[in-house]
Structure formats: structure tokens, C-alpha cells
Design a binder for this molecule. Structure first.
Ligand code: NAD
Length: 384
């Protein structure tokens, strides 16, 4: 019988509720939910709910702290958990800033404990099998990796939780820097850097906003990583039927890896080789909670951490560099924005971003035009 592993939670609702569900039916023996802190939890009965973290650490004596709180709390809560001798399972992104992420990594090393970060794709068996082939040199060197993620989000998304969505800082002055590329679509920027295993360099970017956010809800970024071109275009400022992707296409010297999710249709992850062979890796399921079981296995059996803090830091470095390049996003022209009761979106944006993706180019939109659609048709005419 395995020795018991006691788990505590920072955060019990929102995405963190998945950990509660997972711990009701643990996929490993002798793993028990021992306590939680969440100042906003109401009618919570799943385990002892503590008023403060110090009391929780003292009474619950946890081995693992799961941190599923808003971004601004990640670094301070993870450091506290390391100081109390816990391993840490952390929701993405690792932290709001590179400086706080590095401080968190130092705390991990001083404590001699383990950390993993929840970028689901890093735990996905199909992605891992494909990456093993890439790392073994089967595809040759990476040439060009690109991603397109068009995910509409309604007003309720931007108002969720304690009001931190799209904020630069919270009311207490903690950095947040929540944005489309640091939250919902962060997985796909992360995945390109997970594949190259190197920081994004030579970054150029353009960020925009249609929704009432301080950061941005639309972004296009290009750069290089490990000598390959990288490109990503993402947005939330779209009509619901325009939902597209992720579309991932990673070109290597000898093969092109593709994965597309169109609606509910999960195409398998494939590598198409220059000689006509196609290798299929199966469906990418982006499995929930594999990060938790990965941590249990790493503690008990010494298995690898599948998404390390250093890997997660690559994503935080890239979005921080984008902030340095463009501290203020560009508001979409008011006449471009369609303001419906629960949705702010920009007609023509989905097509325009797809064109950026096709050409791997930043947008060159004429913001004085009366609509984005019109501007794009000008661009097409000019190209012809
Ligand atoms: N891996 C994924 O696919 C995925 C998906 C969604 C969200 N997330 C991440 O999960 C985290 C939380 O996002 P969310 O949208 O669920 O946020 P949320 O605002 O719903 O908050 C999550 C929980 O944390 C609690 N909380 C807030 N402040 C707290 C504090 N100081 N101490 C303890 N608990 C506190 C809230 O009450 C809530 O129960 C973010 O880092 C986000 O990026 C990851």
C-alpha cells in the first residue's frame, strides 16, 4: 500500500473545481484531499476549509499544494507552499511576471521540492509521442511553427471571478497581466515553445482590444525560437459561429505536423513526411488533471515532471516581451466593433486573422477605414 499523499487546494471554484472532482475519485491509491483555502467559497463541504494558509499547512500537513487561483496569487502562494515543504501543482501561467516566476523557481530549488505547471498539451500522450519523434530527429530541424486560435468570449467571461480578467494589476497592486494570450489561448503559444524547448526571440507583435480589458483580447505575434519561425494569431473579439481552432501547423525539414480542432471535430495529430508517408499519433484530448497524477507519480516513482517551471517560463517570457514592445494595446476603432448585449466583436476580424496566419504576417490594418472588412478587401486588391 502506498503511503498517503495529502493534497490541499488554493482555490476551490472556477477551474480549480476540476481538482475537487478529480480528488473525489483519485486515479492513484492513497491520495486524499485534506484541506482548502478560498476566501470566496460558500457552503463548501468537500474538506476542511481554512481561514488562512498557515493554519491549513499546520493542521492538514499536506504533501502537495494545488494552486488554482487567479494569476496574481500564483507566485506568492507557491512560494508559501514550498516554504512549508510542499510540492506544488500550479495552474498556468506560472506567474504574472518573469521576475516573480524566477523567484518561485528559486523557492522550489531552496526547498528541494517539485513543481509542475498545468499546460494540458504537455501531458497529452499524442503530443508527447510526437515530441519524442521530433526530439529524436525524425522530422529534422524545425523550420516554421504556427497557430491560429479564434475563440469568441462573451461578456460573462470578462466579468468572471473576482474581476481580474483582462487586468494589468489588481486592486492591491499585484501584477495580473491576464490576456487572451496569457489565459485561454496560452496553451498554444506554450506548445510551440515546448516543441522548440527554447525562448521566443526577435518578437514582433500587434495587440488590440474590443472588450473592456486593460490588456488585449486579440494578438498577433511572430518571432523565432531555436532558429525556427514562430507565429500565433488569437482573438476573443469574434462572433460565436466564428469559433475556429486551435489550428497548429509545425513545419520541420522533413515533415509537417498538423492538428486542427474544428468545432467538436478532433482531427488526429499527424506528421506528413516529405516522402509521402503519414504518421498518425491519435486524437489530442488535452487531458484534464493529468498534471496532478503526474505529480503523484513523480513523488512516488521519480517519473519526469511533464511540464516543468522552466518550460512554463518560456511562455511568460514571451508575453512579457510583448508587453515591453507594446505596453498599451490598440483599441479597435469604435465603428468596427459590433456591441451586442453579451458580446463585443469585430466583423471581418476572423477572416483578417486567418489571412495573417496564412501569410505569417502581422496585420497592417488601416484603422481609419470604416470597417475591417473594407480594409481587407483593399489589401487583397492591392496584392492582386
Ligand atoms: N488549465 C486550463 O486549461 C485552465 C482553464 C481555466 C483557468 N485556468 C487557470 O486557473 C486559474 C484560475 O482561473 P479561474 O478562471 O478559475 O479563476 P476564478 O476567478 O474563478 O478563481 C478560481 C478560484 O480561486 C479562488 N480564489 C480567488 N482568490 C483567492 C485567494 N487569494 N486564495 C485562495 N483562493 C482564491 C476563487 O474564489 C475561485 O474559487 C488561472 O490561473 C487560470 O489561468 C486554467
Amino acid at each position: 500500500m502506498d503511503e498517503e499523499i495529502r493534497v490541499v487546494l488554493f482555490g476551490t471554484g472556477g477551474y480549480a473545481a476540476n481538482y475537487l472532482e478529480a480528488l473525489k475519485k483519485p486515479r492513484r491509491d492513497s491520495v486524499r484531499l485534506a484541506g482548502a483555502v478560498d476566501p470566496y467559497a460558500r457552503d463548501f463541504t468537500a474538506c476542511p476549509l481554512y481561514a488562512d494558509a498557515e493554519t491549513m499547512f499546520r493542521e492538514a500537513r499536506p504533501h502537495i499544494a494545488v494552486i488554482g487561483t487567479p494569476i496574481q496569487f500564483h507566485a506568492e502562494q507557491a512560494e508559501l507552499a514550498f516554504a512549508h515543504g510542499c510540492h506544488v501543482v500550479l495552474e498556468k501561467p506560472i506567474a504574472a511576471t518573469v521576475e516573480s516566476a524566477r523567484s518561485l523557481l528559486r523557492a522550489r530549488d531552496q526547498a528541494g521540492k517539485l513543481l509542475n505547471v498545468d499546460y494540458q498539451l504537455c501531458y497529452d500522450p499524442a503530443i508527447r509521442a510526437m515530441k519524442a519523434d521530433a526530439d529524436a530527429g525524425l522530422f529534422g530541424a524545425p523550420v516554421s511553427l504556427r497557430a491560429l486560435v479564434l475563440w469568441p468570449r462573451e461578456r460573462t467571461y470578462f466579468q468572471r471571478g473576482s474581476g481580474w480578467a483582462g487586468k494589468k494589476f489588481d486592486a492591491q497592486g499585484r501584477p495580473v497581466f491576464d490576456s487572451v494570450l496569457n489565459n485561454a489561448t496560452a496553451h498554444y503559444l506554450m506548445n510551440m515553445l515546448f516543441m522548440t524547448g527554447a525562448p521566443a526571440e526577435n518578437i514582433q507583435c500587434a495587440t488590440f482590444r474590443a472588450n473592456p480589458v486593460e490588456t488585449y483580447d486579440t494578438a498577433v505575434m511572430k518571432g523565432t525560437s531555436a532558429g525556427a519561425d514562430i507565429f500565433i494569431a488569437v482573438s476573443h473579439a469574434l462572433a460565436l459561429p466564428e469559433k475556429t481552432g486551435p489550428i497548429l501547423e509545425y513545419r520541420y525539414e522533413r515533415a509537417t505536423v498538423r492538428w486542427t480542432r474544428l468545432g467538436d471535430d478532433h482531427a488526429p495529430l499527424t506528421a506528413s513526411f516529405a516522402d509521402g508517408r503519414v504518421k498518425t499519433y491519435g486524437t489530442v484530448d488535452e487531458p484534464y488533471m493529468e498534471n496532478l497524477w503526474n505529480m503523484v507519480d513523480a513523488i512516488r516513482e521519480g517519473t519526469d515532471i511533464l511540464c516543468t517551471g522552466e518550460t512554463a517560463l518560456l511562455q511568460t517570457m514571451a508575453v512579457e516581451r510583448m508587453r515591453e514592445i507594446q505596453p498599451e494595446s490598440t483599441p479597435f476603432p469604435e465603428v468596427w466593433i459590433r456591441r451586442e448585449e453579451n458580446l463585443h466583436w469585430v466583423p471581418g476580424l476572423a477572416d483578417a486573422l486567418r489571412r495573417c496566419y496564412d501569410r505569417q504576417e502581422l496585420p497592417h490594418w488601416d484603422l481609419s477605414a470604416s470597417s475591417l472588412t473594407e480594409e481587407n478587401s483593399h489589401t487583397i486588391l492591392k496584392l492582386k
